[in-house]
Ligand binder design. Structure first.
Ligand code: HEM
Length: 437
């Protein structure tokens, strides 16, 4: 595909709100600061510097166990592919030492509240992934197309009823993917407010608008509530099997043939509910924002709707809602010339990979016809590559087909806002105006 009429690329450099890298304590603090993830300019200034000057960088923020940040596309792929050397267990996401201690105290010494696919290595990972791989395959997802389109039409009609102005992030984009996930889980519509609260509290744990206050038990109370909900679903699907993913989870067995435990079942529901929700909604909001900010790209898409699948990949590249995952070196290793010691943690900075000029020409420009948009690492890479990628891309394509068919003249009606969260973060406010066709 030719990349015609290049959109101008904004200049990205270190900005006044990014500490000088020579002030290591302040620079390292900025890498873990949730505020850096609610501010695109700040995040990308930090990581552009790292890609260019210190692509594999030893970060020692106060209050955290130190770790390497891996900022370049090629190096992240290398780490993701070498699953013998770089393990998912035990360190999965950025967490302060104080939070790690609290988890240990609450779980009686364990370092986790949940145990799911992304925290597993082989042989368990292979076994647990195989349980739902066929369900989430592109072929099986196509069978859900009509049901997903009905949900997209419902969202679009809701927007029409709002009278030409809405907060797209809060009133549309967060509800549609949640309903799609509920369709795969086969759970009733009346559970949606509960599930919305749970998934936002899990991923928005560092955001003042979304976090559950400590006096109400914080994240631990969220997980306990979700656990009780899962136990009810599991009990039901054992006696009333259906064509949904909950039935697969409820009746799954471990490698020795024994039934899966409640902790593993709860963790499986949680990874599907949480991983499939905020990620997709953030990517949809970010995609619409970029189409509004870049009218020439919107025009290209309207002139040639066959560009939409590629535009969806570009939106996901652009949004990169999963900001990182960790790996831990099992043995001494080398990444881009840096000596990694056994036991060291590595942060794979996905949004940074997706702005790497060595992979993407003019990476800070949003182009619906970018020839290699699909090479983004927003879904990760290798054996842990996002299980829900086909579902995510299909539901976004359907949503944008319906949006573009129903409305015209999209414009911003206020300032967008992003969540403060260093793990999964994205847009929480996108005020827009639009004309119903
Ligand atoms: C735009 C939307 C999405 C993005 C950006 C995204 C991103 C990611 C990333 C970065 C990973 C880790 C991959 C790695 O370690 O290499 C992942 C894993 C996963 N995602 Fe997604 N995801 C999205 C949507 C979904 C959806 C809709 C589901 C629903 C089923 C889902 C379920 C999962 C699961 C179960 C895993 C764990 C896979 C494993 O460890 O084997 N995701 N996703």
């Amino acid at each position: 595909m030719a990349t015609a009429a290049l959109a101008p690329e904004p200049e990205i450099g270190l900005t006044p709100n990014v500490p000088a890298p020579t002030d290591k304590a302040a620079f390292d603090a900025a890498i873990v600061d949730p505020d850096s993830y609610a501010n695109e300019e700040r995040y990308h200034a930090i990581f552009k510097h790292l890609r260019e000057e210190a692509p594999v960088y030893w970060c020692e923020p106060e209050g955290y166990r130190p770790f390497w940040t891996v900022a370049r596309h090629a190096d992240i792929k290398r780490v993701e592919l070498d699953t013998d050397t770089f393990l998912n267990d035990p360190r999965l996401t950025l967490s302060s030492i104080a939070d790690e201690e609290r988890v240990k105290a609450l779980t009686g010494g364990s370092d986790k509240l949940t145990r799911n696919l992304v925290s597993m290595d082989n042989p368990d990972h292979r076994h647990f992934r195989a349980m739902t791989q066929a369900y989430f395959s592109a072929k099986h997802m196509r069978q859900l197309e009509d049901d997903i389109r009905a949900l997209a039409k419902e969202s679009v009609e809701h927007m029409a009823a709002l009278g030409g102005q809405c907060d797209f992030a809060a009133e549309v984009a967060v509800w549609f993917p949640l309903r799609v996930i509920m369709l795969t889980l086969g759970v009733p519509r009346e559970d949606e407010t509960f599930l919305m609260k749970i998934t936002q509290e899990v991923f928005g744990a560092q955001d003042f608008d979304h976090m559950r206050p400590e006096e109400m038990g914080g994240l631990f109370a969220t997980i306990a509530e979700f656990n009780a909900w899962c136990d009810r679903i599991t009990a039901d699907r054992k006696i009333n099997p259906r064509e949904d993913v909950s039935t697969i989870i409820a009746n799954a067995t471990l490698t020795d043939g024994s039934p899966m435990g409640n902790m593993e079942a709860m963790s499986y529901y949680l990874i599907i509910a949480a991983a499939g929700h905020d990620t997709t909604s953030s990517s949809s909001s970010a995609g619409l924002l970029e189409l509004i900010r870049n009218p020439a790209e919107m025009k290209k898409l309207r002139d040639d709707p066959s560009l939409l699948p590629n535009a969806i990949d570009e939106m996901i590249r652009w949004a990169s809602p999963v900001k990182h995952f960790f790996r831990t070196a099992a043995v001494d290793a080398d990444v881009a010339g840096m000596a990694i010691k056994a036991g060291d943690g590595l942060v794979m900075a996905y949004p940074s990979a997706n702005r790497d000029a060595a992979m993407f020409e003019g990476p800070f420009a949003f182009r619906v016809d970018r020839a290699n948009a699909k090479q983004h690492l927003a879904f990760g890479y290798g054996p842990h590559l996002c299980l829900g990628q086909h579902l995510a891309k299909m539901e976004m394509r359907i949503l944008f087909e319906e949006l573009l068919a129903r409305f015209d003249d999209f414009e911003l009606a206020g300032d967008p806002a992003w969540t403060r969260a260093s793990f999964v973060s994205g847009m929480k406010r996108l005020p827009i105006r639009y004309r119903t066709k």
